[in-house]
Design a protein around this ligand. Sequence first.
Ligand code: F6P
Length: 275
Amino acid sequence: MIGLGLRDVGGIIERGGTMLGTSRCPAFLTDAGQESAVRQLVQRDVSGLVVIGGNGSQAGAHALARRGIAVVGVASTIDNDLPGSDVTIGATTALDIALEAIDRLRVTASAHKRVFLVEVMGRACGYLALVAGLTGGAEAILIPEIEESPEQVAASILDAYQRGKSHAIVIVAEGARQDADALAHFFTEHSARLGFELRVTKPGHVQRGGAPRVFDRLSATLLGAAAVEHLQAGRHGVLLGLTGGRVSAKAYADVLHAAKPLDPQLIQLAQLLAR
Ligand code: F6P
């Protein structure tokens, strides 16, 4: 065990990822793994645990809470798919990175009248793709929540060219039913008929590698402080997030299996602006 004092955690606010080195642990999915984790915490007199992470981490935190450990969760994932927080830590920085990539790709897309397919992370959730597409001025956005056929995507691209656009950017969520590879395959197969040249770009883990931007630093600071306060006050077994711009605490049991649908207004707007 390494003790961390105030000076040991200085200078990390501008770093992404985790300086703790924590990562997924398959053994923790088993009873034996969870019992071992509880033993380690008890042996080391850990009186409270703050778990910062997404669905997997929070499911693990809930498992520890059910085994009697005082746990407070902090909603943090680029996917923004955790109910209990309007925006999770990491999502807006990942969006900024995706947006930068889209802006850069548009230069070549416009110069050579090309179509670019950009695959955005997000697991089974279309939030990143939807917001990146909306703010990046995409001609089409494919997300897991809405089914669209390759022919429909091709029609949107051709329509964009007919309206005088010199490029077409299609944002594809990695979890979309027609993912970037499937679409690329379709467009290559039908290239003679469709008549456009296409390139696929996958920023991938680059989206997770940036220095946290201002919103993420602020929300992490607010939620980190609130997590300590909650533990000190004995209010544990909750997931902290931001709701309406304020720190909110939701019982694990209420959020972990709840759905977090995308904002229908954003979907509508994206469809309207793509025309
Ligand atoms: O949950 C965050 C996330 O970056 C997803 O968007 C992505 O699908 C996944 O993790 C990638 O996981 P890994 O780093 O194990 O490839």
